[in-house]
Design a protein around this ligand. Structure first.
Ligand code: ASP
Ligand code: MG
Length: 422
């Protein structure tokens, strides 16, 4: 690229604004001002907006009022409207600030997905119209959370929280220098500040760590968006809509990066535990059980099977609380064939997770975590690890106490401050 080629030298920023950032007219005008500032500083801007406030929840409720089993295709026609509203209103606000701005639906933006309505995956990006609009000097606005199925050309949505994914996919396809995710929190914290008042904002975190944090309960960024950012090497900046301060950078791990042993603690209280007892201890049984669950689109996590005794074993795993009934149904449907003894469920569990890239090279983190929980008299029901994560399943009532005790024991407040300064 020639250094004097002005057009390609301009930086492109993708800025995403969450639902609470555009909840009312005043907030839309505030956000429009931020977008205008970015444009006036000389950057090209593509802004992705979510549906206003609780609009999507309202649309889901509208559908449920009409039908107990709304057709998924029609559900997507309905759900996609929330983001279109925000997007058009934002364009109007920008016009009033004297800017040329143009709004686009997901399909106009060239976001092609598979046909899994209400939880579609992006297959391909063809943002030609956006490129033309940028070239013409306009601010581009894209309705988040939606696309068009590649084969049938139907409107699809990307799953709840999917506007983050729209922003990351656009940042990748348009080669943006950064994807900024704006919301009402100022970044990613060492733990939920509502539980740990001393929790600190992380200056930076790796894609891998953020993926674990999001999967294990951190709500700052949608899991699939982080996954997309990791796979396509998109630099993310999670920051506040209303405060002009640096947030948290989510970046690729580099060899010279100093790794925290524990970067943060995530927790969730929206899961349930299922134990299938008396499962025959022979090849193919686990395959059959988890195929039945997968066919019912159940998201299974943390699987534990104990050693077989007298040819039978118990199998435990966790599922999202909202999927407990369908999971039970799926298991009952294969009980006759597989002949296990029983299905025992517990809807009172919680999960607490330590995440840190430095765990890879530092032994003893699990031992310390378990000692801290033991000192609090907290019983561990299940344990699950990856190279950079340790999760425990415990009683839901013990979750907040565990998070506080672990945050304290691993001294995460001073750790975050120290790392922010290196
Ligand atoms: N409006 C959608 C939701 O509430 C998508 C999003 O906000 O990202 O899930
Ligand atoms: Mg939202």
């Amino acid at each position: 690229m020639a250094p004097d080629d002005k057009e390609t030298a301009i930086a492109l920023r993708v800025m995403k604004f969450g639902g609470s950032s555009v909840a009312d007219a005043e907030k839309i005008r505030t956000v429009a001002r931020r977008i205008a500032d970015a444009k006036e500083s000389g950057d090209d801007v593509v802004a992705v907006v979510s549906a206003r406030g609780k609009t999507t929840d309202g649309l889901v409720a509208d559908a449920m009022e009409i039908s107990a089993r709304p057709d998924p295709r029609e559900m997507d026609m309905l759900l996609s409207t929330g983001e279109r509203i925000s997007c058009a209103l934002m364009a109007m606000a920008l016009h009033d600030l004297g800017h040329e701005a143009e709004s686009f639906t997901g399909s106009q933006a060239g976001i092609f997905t598979d046909a899994q309505h209400t939880k579609a995956h992006i297959l391909e990006m063809q943002p030609h119209r956006l490129e033309e609009s940028l070239k013409a000097g306009r601010i581009v606005l894209v309705a988040g959370f939606q696309g068009m199925s590649k084969e049938d050309k139907n409107v699809t949505t990307l799953g709840r929280g999917g506007s983050d994914t729209t922003a990351v996919a656009l940042a990748s396809a348009l080669n943006a220098s950064v994807c900024e995710i704006h919301s009402d929190v100022v970044g990613v914290f060492t733990a939920d500040p509502r539980i740990v008042p001393g929790a600190a904002k992380l200056a930076r975190i790796t894609h891998e760590e953020m993926l674990e944090m999001a999967a294990m309960g951190s709500k700052v960024l949608a899991l699939r968006a982080v996954e997309f950012a990791r796979n396509h090497d998109v630099r993310l900046h999670a920051r506040s809509t209303f405060l002009p301060v640096e947030g948290t950078w989510i970046i690729k791990e580099t060899p010279d990066m100093e790794q925290a042993i524990v970067s943060g603690i995530a927790h969730r209280s929206d899961e349930a535990k299922i134990t299938v007892t008396g499962v025959r201890d022979q090849p193919g049984i686990a395959a059959a059980i988890f195929t039945a669950l997968a066919d019912a689109l159940i998201n299974v996590d943390t699987i534990i099977q104990n050693i077989g005794i007298h040819g039978h074993a118990d199998l435990s795993f966790t599922v999202p609380l909202v999927e407990l009934t369908p999971a039970r149904d799926a298991l009952e449907s294969v009980r006759g064939t597989l002949q296990f003894d029983d299905v025992i469920t517990d809807d009172q569990i919680g999960k607490v997770t330590l995440v840190g890239a430095g765990m890879k090279s530092n032994p003893g983190v699990a031992a310390k975590m378990f000692r801290v929980l033991a000192a609090e008299g907290i019983n561990i029901q299940m344990i699950d690890t990856s190279t950079i994560r340790i999760s425990v399943v415990i009683d839901r009532r013990d979750v907040e106490r565990s998070v506080r005790a672990l945050h304290d024991a691993f001294d995460l407040t001073s750790e975050a401050a120290r790392r922010a300064n290196v």
